[in-house]
Design a protein around this ligand. Sequence first.
Ligand SMILES: Nc1ncnc2c1ncn2[C@@H]1O[C@H](COP(=O)(O)OP(=O)(O)OP(=O)(O)O)[C@@H](O)[C@H]1O
Ligand SMILES: [Mg+2]
Length: 253
Amino acid sequence: MLQINNLHVELEDEGKPILKGVTLTVPAGEVHAIMGPNGSGKSTTSYVLAGRDGYAVTEGTATLNGRNLLEMEPEARAAAGLFLAFQYPVEIPGVGNMTFLRTAVNAQRKSRGEPELTAGEFLKAIRAKAADLQIDAEMLKRPVNVGFSGGEKKRNEILQMAMLEPTMCILDETDSGLDVDAMRLVADGVNALRSPDRSFLVITHYQRLLDHIRPDVVHIMADGRIVKSGGPELAMEVEQNGYADILAEVADA
Ligand SMILES: Nc1ncnc2c1ncn2[C@@H]1O[C@H](COP(=O)(O)OP(=O)(O)OP(=O)(O)O)[C@@H](O)[C@H]1O
Ligand SMILES: [Mg+2]
């Protein structure tokens, strides 16, 4: 599924290195988590995979199902099945949530050679998914994320994910001020979509989120690299002792 090998990335403007050799494989059907101190490069990794401007890849590769992600336009990456839920969801004034989602869903269907959904078909699908996520019809009509509370934005992101049915979902949950219910919602959203041909990469600071999600593998990122990988017990260790022990252990090795 997702394969990142020795990825080096620097800021285009300043030439400042941010990622210093990230290597990571997420096989089909698995859920992996990335934890790590502030500023270690977690969000940057997700931005580079999604094709955000401003970052220069100086070395390494990233492929999704064998296709070179780094050479593709952001839209093509999305059409190939990549979905990124941002740490800070963007507001799009003037564009209704429903219109936005329908355009996105149909653009992807079109690029995959599938027929577009009619207005009726789309409405039926989104109503069912919105009900599952306890999103009211009013929120579907409002402009995308404008004036949404933090929790509502999260809910909306999970709705986007459920509608787009991506194969590789990257969620950046860092520092997003999720309350217990919103955290549960994100976890339920992920769990509901788990399937043998869909994978997740969940970036988080919260061991509690991982209690609900139960990742197959937990990776620790520090200073632009994955320094340690393990099972869910790694998240417990971070929760109890912080990062100091793990970083010291890696530095000694
Ligand atoms: N556009 C930018 N301009 C300047 N510095 C940047 C830019 N983008 C990233 N950085 C720097 O790159 C480093 C990694 O940032 P990144 O957002 O990936 O960290 P993170 O691991 O997601 O942290 P957090 O846990 O706080 O979300 C930080 O030191 C950050 O300041
Ligand atoms: Mg971040």
